[in-house]
Write a protein of this length. Structure first.
Length: 213
């Protein structure tokens, strides 16, 4: 489990194919402190298991399904990556609960400078948008962010200066792929709504009226 508060921006050292899987090496410093073999490090929001540690890098395997669902396959040597160690028991939850299980990809449509922040518009699938609400939480490349607006084929988030400085998000260009993990609460509500018995009297309108959603 992670918080979506990026600890360090590392960079890709090496990437290689292992059949349908990938093996990646990431240059890092801070996230290596206290890290052991078998520990988890979120890399662009993807929970990866450390299989080798060096003085300034760690190595991890990326399984085929993760290769398909995330932007890790598009990384090149030198590409910046957001890094976060797993949350320690008893630690503060400053962002929101991030599992490191990416739900899908978005494409950066635009970045607008708004003086004190940058507004990002991201295109993505309707299936993911159904799990989002205005002022809800979402993780983009592992960063915990608040949704400003949800549209028909896009959503918007605002990047404050601190987040822009402490992550790689503002280095993204038009059309770049971004890993998206929807809020776990939204996933459970969507699942619940899909399973509702239409004859039970419990409807979306009812849940909205009583303040559940």
């Amino acid at each position: 489990m992670f918080t979506g508060i990026i600890e360090e921006v590392g960079s890709l050292k090496r990437i290689s194919r292992k059949g349908s899987a990938l093996e990646i090496e990431i240059y890092a410093r801070l996230v290596l402190e206290g890290t052991k073999l078998g520990d988890s490090i979120a890399t662009n929001g993807v929970c990866l298991t450390v299989v080798e540690i060096g003085s300034d890098f760690f190595k991890a395997d990326v399984m085929p399904q993760t290769v398909k669902l995330t932007n890790l396959h598009a990384l090149k040597p030198g590409s910046p990556v957001n890094l976060e160690r797993a949350m320690a028991v008893g630690g503060r939850l400053d962002g929101h609960i991030v599992q490191g299980h990416v739900d899908g990809l978005g494409k950066l449509r635009s970045v607008v400078n708004m003086d004190s922040a940058h507004m990002l518009t991201i295109e993505t699938d309707k299936e993911l948008l159904l799990q989002m609400v205005d002022r809800g939480s979402v993780a983009l490349d592992g960063i915990s962010l608040t949704i400003v607006e949800v549209g028909q084929d896009y959503f918007k988030v605002s990047i404050i200066p601190t987040t822009g400085k402490d992550s790689q998000i503002l280095k993204k260009k038009h059309g770049d792929l971004i890993n998206i993990e929807c809020d776990i609460v939204g996933k459970y509500i969507k699942r619940f709504m899909e399973k509702l018995d239409t004859n039970s009297g419990i409807t979306k309108t009812f849940l909205e009226d009583v303040g559940f959603i």
